[in-house]
Design a binder for this molecule. Structure first.
Ligand code: ZN
Ligand code: ZN
Length: 232
């Protein structure tokens, strides 16, 4: 539930909507989320490419003013786009230099390139961690601190702790840190995702959500609820 498409400059250009969907199916996944840096611009194309073969949650990985990465999931593409509008407005006007950072490609559901993003997407926004949690909630979504065990761009590395006054019922921990860190966060849902930037990094099915229905609203609702040890 944390995959970058070719829109992220650090994402491989082979991360096209159909390649992502087909690789996810090959890996046995039922649910994925497309979470490009500060944008949901390719989420719709991946949703359409998947048709009814795979649930694709629209999302984005927002970088806060404190350089903390937070993945945000939404029940609908429209809600994700409302979030993106706020995030884009808070993004610095620095232009992408593809030769340094990589291409930022918009694609359709046939993997045709339909445009490029001019603004550099991999940079901090003017939104604080608090702003991002507030906005995600405002648009009916859920904010999840990303890869909290990494030594950069994580809430723990940059703030030192999870502020007690934000409601963060779900956290993302990498596969290597999961076992060691899970006991430190009782009562929270722990997501472990590939954060894939290349097709070969899309993970095989290893963890699962026990959901009553397979749709984006149900996933968002589930992540909002404080259920200990339900995600295994
Ligand atoms: Zn990240
Ligand atoms: Zn990421």
């Amino acid at each position: 539930m944390h995959i970058h498409s070719a829109l992220s400059p650090c994402g491989d250009n082979d991360m096209t909507p159909n390649n992502i969907v087909n690789m996810a199916l090959l890996k046995g996944l039922d649910i994925i989320a497309v979470t490009d840096h500060n944008s949901c611009g390719n989420a719709g194309a991946v949703i359409r490419a998947a048709e009814d073969r795979l649930l694709v949650i629209p999302g984005l990985e927002v970088e806060s003013s404190e350089e903390v990465h937070i993945v945000c999931y939404f029940p609908t593409l429209e809600a994700a786009e409302c979030m993106e509008k706020e995030v884009k407005g808070a993004l610095s006007a620095v232009k992408n230099r593809p030769e340094i950072f990589g291409d930022q490609l918009y694609m359709d559901e046939n993997d045709e390139i339909i445009g490029t993003e001019e603004k550099l997407l991999v940079s901090a926004t003017a939104l604080s961690v608090y702003d991002i949690f507030g906005l995600a909630q405002k648009f009916g979504g859920i904010a999840v601190p990303a890869h909290i065990d990494r030594t950069s761009y994580s809430i723990i590395s940059n703030l030192g702790f999870i502020p007690p006054d934000i409601s963060a019922p779900a956290l993302e921990i990498t596969d290597s840190g999961r076992e060691k860190l899970m006991p430190d966060y009782p009562g929270r849902i722990i997501l472990t995702n590939s954060d894939a930037h290349y097709l070969e990094n899309i993970a095989e099915r290893k963890y699962y959500l026990d959901l009553p229905r397979k749709n984006a609203q149900t996933v968002v609702d589930f992540l909002c609820i404080n259920n200990q040890n339900i995600f295994l």
